[in-house]
Design a protein around this ligand. Structure first.
Ligand code: ADP
Ligand code: MG
Length: 248
């Protein structure tokens, strides 16, 4: 099932998504190459979260198609659970289970969904915690951690199943400003490790630094797409310029 090297990990073609009568994604095309970072930028309500949720099959699309590693995952015959197991997702709110320790939070999916034996799941979890500077937090409950630590645990949890693709939806938006840096540093490390990621973010400086590809969404349309240098340095569209002037 694995594709030739360089083939896109994620591909969206002419994706359309409506809620009720309103079109939220219109003719969205996206290609995410292996080991690259794609940043989705755009105002609130422009469709960034919906795009990520469609990519993870949390939302059903109205038209178009989506491929993961060359397999059409929007084909009705696709095994949706198997697809979701190959995609890690981290949302704005950490969504850790409060009654479980950090280690239990992280090993839940590998054990229950992927059938990994406990010892092996815990070993992998401890390895990742160590890597993300949380080696001493395995036994802690989420409410004893700072927001930044909780979000890093959420990232570890997403990585625990060795996803092919990581989707990050405004993962620093709920954090106090002084905690944003430690979470962004993790994303930077993952990029250096070659993880393929698509992230929605309002951190423009970070997007510019880390993204290989930037997509500016406006009213559900990918209005502009290019390298970070091009989109931030020399935007082609007046609307992109206006958005960047407002936010940077
Ligand atoms: P962003 O993440 O860029 O802020 P969203 O993808 O959350 O944008 O939302 C895009 C549009 O879709 C918004 O107008 C929002 O109100 C609408 N929307 C998102 N989710 C739903 C839903 N479940 N039901 C109805 N409308 C929705
Ligand atoms: Mg959003």
């Amino acid at each position: 099932m694995s594709e030739s090297p360089g083939a896109p990990v994620l591909r969206m073609e002419s994706v359309r998504k409506t809620f009720g009568g309103s079109v939220v994604l219109r003719d969205v095309c996206l290609e995410v190459a292996p080991h690259t970072v794609t940043a989705l930028i755009g105002a609130s309500g422009s469709g960034k979260s919906t795009l990520l949720r469609c990519a993870n099959l949390l939302e059903e699309i109205d038209d178009g198609a989506i491929w993961l590693d060359g397999e059409e995952i929007t084909d009705p015959r696709a095994d949706q659970d198997a697809v979701r197991r190959r995609i890690g997702v981290v949302f704005q709110a950490y969504n850790l289970f409060p009654h479980m320790t950090v280690l239990e939070n992280i090993t839940l999916a590998p054990r229950r969904v992927h059938g990994v034996p406990r010892a092996q799941a815990e070993e992998r979890a401890r390895e990742l915690l160590e890597r993300l500077g949380l080696g001493d937090k395995a036994g802690a409950y989420p409410d004893r951690l700072s927001g930044g630590q909780q979000q890093r645990v959420a990232i570890v949890r997403a990585l625990a199943v060795r996803p092919r693709l990581l989707l990050l939806d405004e993962i620093t938006a709920a954090l106090d400003p002084e905690l944003v840096g430690e979470v962004l540093a993790v994303v930077r490390d993952l990029k250096d490790d070659g993880m393929t990621m698509v992230l929605a973010t309002h951190e423009m400086g970070f997007a510019r630094e880390v993204a290989d590809q930037v997509c500016f969404l406006d009213g559900g349309v990918v209005l502009e797409r290019g390298t970070a240098e091009q989109v931030f340095g020399d935007p082609r569209q007046e609307r992109t310029r206006r958005f960047l002037r407002r936010i940077v």
